[in-house]
Every structure is written in C-alpha cells, then in structure tokens.
Design a protein around this ligand. Structure first.
Ligand SMILES: Cc1ncc(COP(=O)(O)O)c(C=O)c1O
Length: 362
C-alpha cells in the first residue's frame, strides 16, 4: 500500500460551505440559498464580468506570470509601487506561500483560537507548529499573543476583521502590539473583509508596511464578488514581497482573474451597492435576532456569528432541510454557534423565517 507523508494523515482538511447544487441533489430540493461562505450576494462586479468576456478568446495563452498590468493597477490604487505587491490564487494561496517562504524547520506560527482556518491547515500541511491563543471577548487577544512570542516564532497571523467572529483589532491595539515585536517576526494582517468596515478606529494597515516585518493580505473575493475566480494580493516592503515571488508557482494567477480584478477595482458603483446591501442586511438581521432573544457577536464584516444556545451542527442540518445553507462552527471549536453570511433582502428574510421554525424544535 502506498502511504502519504505522515503529517498528511493529521491534517484536518478545510470543510468549505456546502455548494447549492450539492444540497439540491442530496435533499431533492428545488430552491436553496447559500449563506455559508461570506460571498457577495449581488454576484460578480459587472465591470469584471465584461472584462472576462473579452479575455475568453485568449485562453490558449498562459497568463502573464508577473501580473504586470494588475500589479500596476493595484500600485496606483493603493499609492504603492508594483514591487510592493504579490498576487495569489486567492489570499488562501498567499497564506501558504507566506508560510513556505518564511517559516523554517524548528520555527512556529501564532494566531488566535477560532481564527480563519487556513492558518491552521496551511501550517500543518507545511509541517510547521501553530500556537493558538484563546479569544478574549471574541476578539484576538494581542497582549497574550505577544507574551507567547519566543525566539522560535516566525509569523503571527491576525485576521482583521476575524472570520468567523466578525470582530476587529483597533488601531490603538495594533500599534501597542507592534511596539514590542522583534524585527524578525513577521506580522500578517489579513484584511479579507476591509471593504465592509464602517468604524473610525480600524487601523490603516498600509502605514505599517514600511516596517519591513508587516504584510497585508487582501482579496477580491468578497467586495467585488470574484470568489470563483480566485484573486488575492499581498502588500509589503519590496524585500518581503521578493521572497513571496520566489516561493510562488510561475502561473499561480489565471488570466481571467487578472483582467477581472483590474476592471473590478474601477467598479465603484458595484462596491457602493455591495456595502449598502451589507449594512442594511446587518441591521435587519440584528433587529430580528434581538427580537428572538438570540445572542450574536457584533460584526464589522459581511457575516454574523450567532449563539444558538444548542448544538449548532444540529441546527445547521435542520436549516438545510428548508434549503438554507449556513455554516456550523465545529471546526472553529464554537460548538453552539452558526455563522450566517449576510445575503440579499429576500435571502435574509428567508433565513430568519427558517431560523424561527427550527429554533422552535428545541
Ligand atoms: C479572514 C480570511 N482571509 C482570507 C480568506 C480567503 O479569501 P480568498 O477567497 O481570497 O482565498 C478568507 C475567506 O473566507 C477569510 O475569511
């Protein structure tokens, strides 16, 4: 029998949100909605779609391995240089590249408990130990993380805002944290949901990339509705970025994703519609959850973590029967919780209706 490498047997692989078609097939349902992967409920950016259509006839060619035009576009967008940018097949891939580029044998990674799962999965796939620090009031406990840094620590992942809690680290908290961090420890600020932020004390992360031990991760998956195309990017000092460039595959970003992202960055109208929809949907869900007496964690992102007061997995399965896919939180160690992505008005109404039905089954 051919066995895989030993560590692979211990990897707890990523359980993605259930696809709509799978649930339709399995449960013989006609009408299913998915509020499980923090996707954009409006669909993809129309400008991006148009660019993709135009680029289809060039699919016989390999993509530009340096994402030349996209890097220039991103550089202009953020007031940086192309040498400050590395692009990935989603920010998921960049998490893997960061670990492969920086974390040597004998070194370790730190993050929070109940943080974005890819940190854990990519650490174990790369055979690098991951230390997780308990959440404090559902937030990253930066004081405790700092205390846990040793000579072996190489990378700290901070999801800001965090998925699945929706909580964020403030500018003050981040600055206090960065003050004592050794220069050889890389701090990764993962800002997949930054487009939804509407608070004044959120850190302006680009101010920190001059520090040479900070990288900022962003994605087009959420704000521009391009999750299916896979386009994430990393901003940092030219030196740090050059190591990521060495560690990546030559054609890691496909040509459609490159043109789509270039076009999406100009789609201000779509971004504004997305933000307005999420803000309205959040108020609606907060109001209804409060009326039902169901506790939730206040979120600055496009999803809400809900304390169901019972086994969240059971509730998740009950909701599936009514064609509503949410996310159970077993993999995050939050057994009694579910996470719901904010959808269209119609989807949010249906979610609340079904939640009322299944919560009554208690
Ligand atoms: C905190 C966080 N970082 C990164 C990602 C990955 O995004 P991408 O689609 O760019 O791989 C996600 C996706 O859910 C996320 O929640």
């Amino acid at each position: 029998m051919v066995l895989p490498r030993k560590h692979l047997l211990k990897v707890d692989s990523y359980q993605a949100g259930k696809p709509i078609e799978e649930i339709k097939r399995q449960l013989r349902l006609k009408d299913v909605i998915k509020l499980a992967s923090n996707e954009n409920p409006l669909g993809p950016s129309p400008k991006a779609l148009e660019a993709v259509r135009k680029a289809l006839s060039s699919l016989n060619r390999y993509p530009d391995s340096n994402s030349y035009f996209l890097k220039r576009k991103l550089a202009k967008f953020y007031g940086l240089e192309p040498s400050n940018i590395s692009v990935g097949n989603g920010s998921d891939e960049l998490i893997d590249i960061i670990i492969r580029a920086f974390v040597d044998e004998g070194e370790c990674i730190i993050t929070s408990e109940a943080a974005f799962l890819e940190y854990k999965i990519m650490s174990s796939l790369n055979c690098r130990p991951l230390i997780t620090v308990p959440l404090k009031y559902f937030k990253f406990d930066l004081d405790e993380i700092k205390k846990r840094i040793t000579q072996k620590t190489k990378v700290v992942f901070i999801a800001n805002p965090n998925n699945p809690t929706g909580t964020y680290v403030t500018k003050y908290e981040l600055e206090e944290f960065l003050k004592g961090i050794p220069e050889g420890v890389l701090v990764v600020l993962d800002e997949a949901y930054d487009a939804f932020i509407d608070v004044d004390d959120f850190p302006k992360s680009l101010n920190y990339i001059k520090r040479k031990n900070v990288l900022v991760l962003k994605t087009c998956s959420k704000s521009y509705g391009l999750a299916g195309l896979r386009l994430g990017y990393c901003l940092g000092s030219p030196e740090l970025i050059s190591y990521l460039e060495r560690a990546r595959q030559p054609f890691n970003v496909n040509s459609l994703a490159q043109v789509a992202a270039i076009a999406a960055l100009d789609d201000k109208k779509f971004l504004a519609r997305t933000k307005a929809l999420i803000a309205d949907g959040k108020s609606f869900l907060y109001k209804n959850l409060a009326q039902m007496g169901i506790p939730y964690v206040a979120s600055v992102a496009n999803f809400i973590l809900i304390d169901t007061g019972r086994d969240g997995f059971v509730l998740f399965k009950e909701m599936l029967k009514f064609g509503v896919i949410v996310r159970d939180m077993r993999q995050y160690g939050l057994k009694n919780f579910i996470r719901v992505s904010i959808g269209t008005k119609k989807e949010n109404i249906r979610f609340i209706k079904v939640l009322k039905k299944v919560i009554r089954f208690r």
